[in-house]
Ligand binder design. Structure first.
Ligand code: UD1
Length: 372
């Protein structure tokens, strides 16, 4: 019997876990593959990493690179150096990376320089905004990857336009939605919750400068006049909030408040996956600048207002429940007024966001590495 194909998968930052967990589960079921897992440690707090490994029943990583935070160059370079050592020890047949974080780029680059083929999950997404660090990570990762798994039609189209050969590109659907489907039972029945809005904001463009962060807070204040706002923060955002003048409507809390009041913005710490999923599913609307949350709300059919001028996930706007609103307070206010009156566009779930994307990834890997 041929030896198993060694597949070295990489996770590093919070959004990677939901995208990779379903693929790891499939790999573990396939005797022709030997999965090995690396955690770069780009995210290291339990609330940003450990809790997701547990909730998503991921295997304990075989290697932890413990790179921590740093400038883009320092973080990327440290991942590359340490990942190169892992590749030398493991000698993988394939490296699998997901999404668009610095760890994705660093490990893809390291692998191709060692002539190890790279598979990229969530390939082809483009915001066409190169001021976003993730856009650079996407473009570079896709340009060196051998197998490109796309989540939506725009991804396949973008790769075609960039000259990637059609046989390298596989439209498999969205593995992050596989994780949502798998955890759906864990959230239990939804309550008849009083209306509230859920907010997440962490992009450098929205939080790093005091002026932009002020606009975000103005928007959340306007929203809170219609319904309480639960603002689930990211360490980056919390850090920046400490540098700007406090606002009387902000209330710090450790977890979702039992009886949230209109006129208040509740500042919550990063939350575990299932708790956040439940809050999202029950909310009247979500205000966000996250990529993943745009997709999750589309899957759940919850109205989503994206506080950006572009999205690399156009299917969430064209088919789903998402709308781009930038940092335009008047527009956000009027869209939320429509939502609370029950007026929002009819939304659909994009093709192949059905809980089976990771199975399709495995089918492609099998056809390529074990065609019999
Ligand atoms: C990263 C990704 C971004 C993704 C986001 C999800 C890149 C370029 N960006 O951004 O695409 O949407 O993760 O969360 O890869 N910190 C902690 N604890 C942690 C991790 C980070 O406190 O476990 C703090 C540190 O102060 C750090 C800051 O958060 O400097 C930012 O972390 P970093 O990994 O550099 O970028 P994110 O903003 O998290």
């Amino acid at each position: 019997m041929a030896p198993p194909v060694v597949v070295l998968s990489v996770v590093g930052a919070r959004p990677n876990f939901m995208k990779m967990a379903p693929v790891l589960r499939q790999l573990a079921l396939a005797p022709e593959f030997r999965p090995v897992l690396v955690h770069t440690g780009q995210h290291y707090d339990d609330a940003m990493s450990g809790v997701f490994l547990r909730e998503l029943a991921m295997p304990e990583p075989d290697f932890r690179l413990e790179v921590g935070s740093g400038t883009h160059a320092a973080q990327t370079a440290t991942v590359m150096q340490r990942f190169e050592d892992v590749c030398a020890r493991v000698r993988p047949d394939l490296v699998v990376v997901a999404g668009d974080v610095n760890s994705t780029l660093a490990c893809a680059l390291t692998a191709v320089k060692l002539e190890i083929p790279v598979a990229h999950i969530e390939a082809g997404l483009r915001s066409f905004d190169r001021s976003m660090p993730e856009e650079i990570n996407r473009i570079v990762t896709d340009s060196v990857a051998h197998l490109l798994f796309t989540t939506e039609e725009s991804g396949t189209r973008n790769l075609q336009r960039e000259g990637v050969a059609a046989e390298q590109v596989h439209f498999v659907g969205n593995t992050m939605i596989d994780s949502l489907v798998l955890c759906r039972d864990a959230i239990g029945p939804l309550d008849e919750a009083a209306p509230y809005f859920l907010a997440t904001v962490h992009r450098p463009a929205n939080v790093d400068e005091a002026e932009q962060l002020g606009l975000v807070l103005d928007i959340l204040e306007a929203a809170s006049e219609l319904a309480p706002v639960l603002f689930v923060t990211h360490p980056r955002t919390l850090g920046r909030l400490q540098r700007v003048a406090t606002r009387p409507r902000l209330v710090e809390t450790d977890g979702p408040p039992a009886d949230p009041e209109r006129g208040r913005i509740y500042l919550l710490p990063p939350l575990p996956y299932v708790v956040f999923f439940r809050l999202m599913a029950q909310s009247s609307a979500v205000l966000t600048d996250s990529g993943g949350v745009q997709e999750e709300t589309t899957f759940l059919g919850v109205p989503c207002l994206t506080l950006r001028d572009n999205t690399e996930r156009p299917s969430t706007v064209q088919l789903g429940s998402n709308e781009l609103v930038g940092l335009d307070r008047a527009r956000v206010r009027s869209r939320l007024e429509s939502i609370v009156c029950g007026r929002w566009k009819a939304a659909a779930v994009p093709p192949l966001w059905d809980g089976h994307a990771a199975e399709r990834v495995l089918a492609v890997l099998r056809a390529r590495y074990r065609p019999d």
